[in-house]
Ligand binder design. Structure first.
Ligand SMILES: Cc1cc2nc3c(=O)[nH]c(=O)nc-3n(C[C@H](O)[C@H](O)[C@H](O)COP(=O)(O)OP(=O)(O)OC[C@H]3O[C@@H](n4cnc5c(N)ncnc54)[C@H](O)[C@@H]3O)c2cc1C
Length: 341
């Protein structure tokens, strides 16, 4: 069993998924922490598969991987469950990493559980934090294992989940949750060609056509966000939010309650079941600040909350709070911004 920490690197049409690079970045922190605590020599390694994808390995190394296992096969061009699972399972059996991280994308959410089932190991979905720590249970102690931290019971508690007895310990993490390292183009790493174990008989499904549904907004890349909640009141009320956002060069987001009420579409939802954002500025308008909403935005660099209830929980995490009616406050903020611009 090695101590190495792996990331399953997802690529689609020759582009690496952002979440995979975020996980490589996180894996470098975990490896440092593991090595410091254990005196071990855990390395960050990545698995990259597809058709003609070797050229992507350098990018993975720039973000912190020391070794990239690269499997090229025309039959791995697009994700299909059986070939991808087989390649991963065989490589894991051979290399025996201690931890594997997957993006909580459609692909990661499909392949992770298949690998877990094939190897009879655990998998924690949608982690919001990962740490290295010790664990004691019924007189047995386990050192330097993966703490897989995520909201549980509808977001009412934050649970730390461990799977100390089986390796690899595996987790999925959603896009935007982990910080990206600064890429270092001078970093050197090893690229290992691995022969594909895929056989034609594994290819039971065939992709006939891939149709990409473009999202109406990519909030994970937004630097400034104006977000509306139930306090906005109506679909038309969101015009005020959108107009203010446009004025200050921001994107529009929303709480789940506002999405469920039909004020705006789900691409804009921030939170536990929406997207996770880390903008420089997040302006929460008429949002109470439920834990499920905060899970998606509390890492924002600055938070301004506008709410007519001075006791709204959002004020507990806001850097600046304005108690007032949205209909009064937003036009004033817009006017103040335009006066300065
Ligand atoms: C499993 C699970 C997953 C969830 N996932 C998410 C998620 O991803 N994202 C998410 O957002 N929620 C999520 N939720 C829902 C969450 O629990 C809250 O219900 C939701 O965030 C509330 O949205 P809100 O703050 O817009 O509405 P409310 O809680 O109704 O709050 C509205 C706020 O607006 C204020 N207000 C009202 N009128 C005005 C006015 N005129 N001017 C100023 N302020 C005003 C009120 O004081 C209040 O604070 C989830 C829940 C569960 C159980």
């Amino acid at each position: 069993m090695s101590n190495n920490i792996w990331v399953f690197v997802q690529q689609d049409d020759g582009k690496i998924a952002d979440v995979s690079l975020q996980l490589v970045s996180k894996a470098t922190d975990l490896a440092k922490d593991y090595n410091k605590k254990s005196g071990g020599n855990a390395k960050v390694e990545a698995v990259l598969m597809g058709d003609k994808v070797k050229n992507l390995a350098a990018e993975v190394i720039q973000y912190g991987a020391e070794k990239v296992f690269c499997i090229e096969d025309t039959r791995l061009k697009n994700y299909t469950p059986l070939p991808y699972t087989k390649v991963l399972v065989e490589l894991i059996k051979e290399q025996e990493p201690q931890i594997i991280l997957y993006g909580a994308t459609t692909t990661g959410r499909d392949v992770g559980p298949r690998v877990a089932s094939a190897l009879k190991v655990g998998l924690t979905a949608d982690c919001t934090e990962l740490e290295i720590g010790n664990y004691e249970s019924r007189g047995e102690s386990f050192e330097n294992i993966l703490y897989q931290i995520r909201p549980a019971f509808g977001g009412n508690i934050v649970a730390t989940i461990v799977a100390p007895e089986k390796k690899p310990q595996m987790a999925t993490v959603r896009e935007g949750v982990m910080k990206l390292n600064n890429p270092d183009p001078s970093r050197k790493g090893e690229i290992v060609d691995v022969a594909s174990v895929v056989e034609d008989s594994d290819c039971l499904s065939e992709i006939i056509e891939r149709v990409k549904k473009e999202k109406s907004v990519n909030l994970t890349a937004s630097q400034i966000i104006v977000s509306g909640g139930m306090g906005v009141g109506t679909k038309e009320g969101f015009d005020l939010i959108a107009d203010f956002a446009k004025t200050i060069g921001a994107d529009v987001a929303a709480s789940r309650a506002a999405v469920d009420a039909g004020f705006i579409n789900k691409d804009h939802q921030v939170g536990q079941t929406g997207v996770t954002v880390r903008p420089k500025l997040y302006i929460a308008c008429g949002i109470s600040g439920a834990i499920q909403h905060r899970a998606g935005m509390d890492e924002s660099a600055k938070i301004i909350a506008v709410n007519n209830d001075p006791d709204a929980p959002i004020f507990q995490i806001a850097h600046y709070g304005i108690v007032g009616e949205i209909g009064d406050v937003i036009p004033k903020l817009k006017k103040a911004f335009m006066a300065k611009a």
